[in-house]
Design a protein around this ligand. Structure first.
Ligand SMILES: *[C@@H]1O[C@H](CO)[C@@H](O)[C@H](O)[C@H]1NC(C)=O
Length: 367
C-alpha cells in the first residue's frame, strides 16, 4: 500500500507541462496532498475512512492505532563483524613506513564493509596462527583484499583462512568470503594447486564492463538483488574498476577440474587486447564470491582518475557491499562483545596518503 510514494513524483513532474491555469495547479496540489496523506495513513496502519472523520486539525496527528514496530528476523544477526586480512607493506610504496613486518589494509575496504552495516576486525597476516584463529572466532565473514603478494607467509595465511572458511561452512555455519583482485588470483592458485594458473592480462588502471554469459545464473549470487536496469548498465557502461596484471581465463578454469567444480562464472571482461578473463565468480557450494575488479573503489578511492564515480558506479559499490553483509548476517557465530571491542579496527587510525595523487587514499598500518 505504498503507491503514494511512486505516484507523487509522476504527479509532481507532470505539473509544469499541464499547468493551464492557477486553478488547475491548485487542484493538483490538493490532489498530491490527498494522495500523500492517505498513503501515509495506510502505511502507518490508518485508513482513508478514518482520516475523513478526523477533521483537518488532526491531519498530521500520529495515527491512534499505529502498530508497534515489527520485531526483526530472529534468524539474522544484526551485529556482524568482518575479518579483513592485512597485506604486506605500508600500502603507500614506502611513503609511510619501510619497517619490516609492517602490513596494511586500505581504508576503502573497511568503509565498504562499514557502509553496509558491519564492523571490521583486522586479521594481521604475520601474527601467530593461534592469534589468527582467535580473531577468526570473532567474525561472521572474511574479506581478502587486492595487492601484489603471492608468496611466503602471506600466501600461507590466505590459504589457512580460506581452509578455515570452508571448514566453518562445512560445519553448518553460513560464513561468507569475498576475495577481491589478488584475493581471487590467490584462491585460483590455492584451489587448482597450480601457482601458475593465472595468465598475464593488460588490465591495469582501467574501467570495464561486466559481461554476463548467462543472465539466468545470477540467482544466489552477488548480482541477485541488483535492479535489472543497473545489471544492464554493468554490461554496457564501464562501471567496474580494474587494476590487475594477471587474471584467470575461462579456458584455464574449465581445464582445471578442481577450479571448474568449485567456481561458476558470473561475469567476464576484456583487457586492453580484447583478451577475456573471468571478472566475477561464485562458488557452487559455498558463500564465496571472487572479483577480479574492485567493487570497493567506486565510492571510496580517488587516487586514479579512471575510477568510476558516477551515481550508477557508486550504486554498484553499495549493492555489492549490501549483499556481502546480508550474507554475514546469516552467520550463526555470536562472539563475546568484549572480545570484539578489543579487536575492532577502531583501535587503529587510518593515515591519509592520497596527497601523492596515486595509490590508496587512506590506509590502516599494522606494525
Ligand atoms: C622509505 O624508503 C624510501 C626509499 O629509500 C624513502 O624515499 C622513504 O622516505 C622511506 N620512507 C620512510 C617513511 O622513511
Amino acid at each position: 500500500m505504498r503507491y503514494g510514494s511512486s505516484l507523487l513524483p509522476s504527479l509532481a513532474l507532470s505539473l509544469p507541462n499541464n499547468m493551464g491555469s492557477r486553478r488547475w495547479s491548485l487542484l493538483c496540489i490538493a490532489l498530491i496532498l490527498l494522495v500523500g496523506v492517505s498513503s501515509y495513513e495506510q502505511s502507518m496502519g490508518g485508513s482513508i475512512l478514518g482520516w475523513g472523520e478526523q477533521g483537518e486539525g488532526e491531519l498530521f496527528a500520529y495515527p491512534r492505532n499505529a502498530p508497534s514496530c515489527p520485531s526483526t528476523d530472529q534468524s539474522l544477526y544484526y551485529l556482524p563483524v568482518i575479518g579483513i586480512v592485512t597485506h604486506p607493506g605500508d600500502g603507500a610504496s614506502g611513503r609511510l613506513s619501510n619497517a619490516t613486518g609492517v602490513s596494511n589494509i586500505p581504508a576503502s575496504y573497511v568503509k565498504f564493509v562499514e557502509s553496509a552495516g558491519a564492523r571490521v576486525i583486522p586479521l594481521i597476516f604475520n601474527e601467530p596462527e593461534e592469534t589468527l584463529r582467535e580473531k577468526l572466532s570473532l567474525v561472521n565473514g572474511v574479506l581478502f583484499t587486492g595487492g601484489w603478494a603471492k608468496k611466503g607467509l602471506y600466501y600461507e595465511t590466505i590459504k589457512r583462512v580460506f581452509e578455515i572458511t570452508l571448514e566453518r561452512n562445512d560445519a553448518g555455519d553460513h560464513f561468507p568470503l569475498f576475495a577481491i583482485c589478488l584475493g581471487f588470483e590467490l584462491l585460483s592458485m590455492i584451489i587448482s594447486k597450480d601457482r601458475d594458473i593465472c595468465e598475464r592480462f593488460q588490465g591495469e588502471n582501467q574501467a570495464s564492463a561486466l559481461y554476463f554469459p548467462d543472465f539466468a545464473e545470477i540467482q544466489g549470487s552477488v548480482f541477485e538483488r541488483f535492479p535489472r536496469e543497473l545489471l544492464r548498465k554493468l554490461s554496457t557502461d564501464c562501471l567496474a574498476m580494474q587494476n590487475h596484471k594477471f587474471g584467470l581465463s575461462p579456458k584455464r578454469l574449465q581445464d582445471n577440474d578442481a577450479l571448474a567444480s568449485f567456481f561458476r562464472i558470473l561475469t567476464t571482461s576484456k583487457d586492453e587486447n580484447d583478451k577475456v578473463y573471468i571478472s566475477t565468480a561464485q562458488a557452487y557450494n559455498y558463500p564465496v564470491t571472487a572479483f577480479q575488479w574492485h567493487p570497493e573503489k567506486n565510492a571510496f578511492e580517488w587516487g586514479l582518475s579512471v575510477i568510476p564515480h558516477s551515481e550508477d558506479a557508486v550504486r554498484v559499490t553499495q549493492h555489492v557491499a549490501n549483499y556481502f553483509i546480508s550474507e554475514a548476517r546469516r552467520s550463526l557465530n555470536r562472539p563475546l562483545a568484549d572480545k570484539v571491542l578489543d579487536n575492532l579496527i577502531y583501535n587503529y587510525s587510518p593515515t591519509y596518503c592520497g596527497r601523492a595523487g596515486k595509490g590508496y587514499d587512506e590506509v590502516y598500518i599494522f606494525s
